[in-house]
Design a protein around this ligand. Structure first.
Ligand code: ZN
Length: 231
């Protein structure tokens, strides 16, 4: 059973008190997920570079920056330079994803490639030898949507590809993750889950994260038993 990371998404937090919101998750969460949404790639607007820079300067957790934006080739490295621990760009928006992710790593951050639910994994399988992958389990840009089950086979396939290459890359899922849906994600072998409303919609954020972690461990244990049965 591997340690699954939890990255609460602050798109679901109170935007007037982001610092306090992050302080409330600091002891239980692994990363804090920041959705940069530009009103072009998707029709919503959230945070930009100055807010991310301020969060990076004060957050006790690594800032996991998901760029739901057009033209990420132009912007991604600047988010790494601003102090983000992870910068993830969208395959649907990038013109030169490999070059851009190399620039992100050169600036000192982990680089990730995000795929929308309807985007197939196959054209990008080669990239998984050198970049993290984020599989969206909802449409991008808005918090509070329901998990799309049809992405689960893509999650399992990504796990197989990553294991086959043996690369030091992480598999992240983002969207509609709850104490119920995290079970199937953990069983499918994800390394990191983003949880928005399931954490910031609860009065006790730390308790909500502990419940999610317990549910994930149950999912991993069930998958391990199944593996042994097959073997
Ligand atoms: Zn996200």
């Amino acid at each position: 059973v591997t340690d699954l990371k939890i990255s609460p998404g602050i798109l679901a937090a109170d935007p007037t008190r982001l610092g306090e919101e992050i302080a409330q998750i600091a002891t239980e969460a692994d990363w804090v997920h920041v959705d940069v949404v530009d009103n072009h790639f998707v029709p919503n607007l959230s945070f930009g570079l100055p807010v991310v820079r301020a969060l990076c300067a004060t957050s006790p957790l690594p800032v996991d920056c998901h760029l739901n934006i057009d033209d990420p080739d132009r912007w991604a490295a600047q988010y790494a330079q601003a102090g983000a621990g992870v910068v993830t760009i969208h395959a649907e928006a990038a013109r030169a994803p490999v070059r851009t992710m190399r620039a992100v790593r050169a600036a000192g951050a982990r680089a990730g490639l995000a795929l929308c639910p309807a985007t197939p994994l196959e054209p990008y399988e080669g990239v998984l030898a050198e970049a993290d992958v984020l599989l969206l389990t909802i449409g991008p840009g808005f918090s509070g949507q329901s998990f799309l089950d049809f992405v689960l086979p893509k999650i399992r396939r990504a796990r197989e590809v990553i294991d086959a290459t043996g690369a030091d890359v992480l598999l992240q899922v983002d969207g509609g993750i709850t104490t119920e849906t995290i079970v199937a994600c953990a069983a499918a072998g994800v390394d990191i889950v983003v949880a928005g409303s399931a954490v910031f919609g609860e009065p006790d954020r730390a308790h909500a994260i502990r419940r999610m972690r317990a549910a994930a461990q149950a999912g991993q244990a069930a998958a391990d038993v199944l593996q042994e049965t097959i073997a």
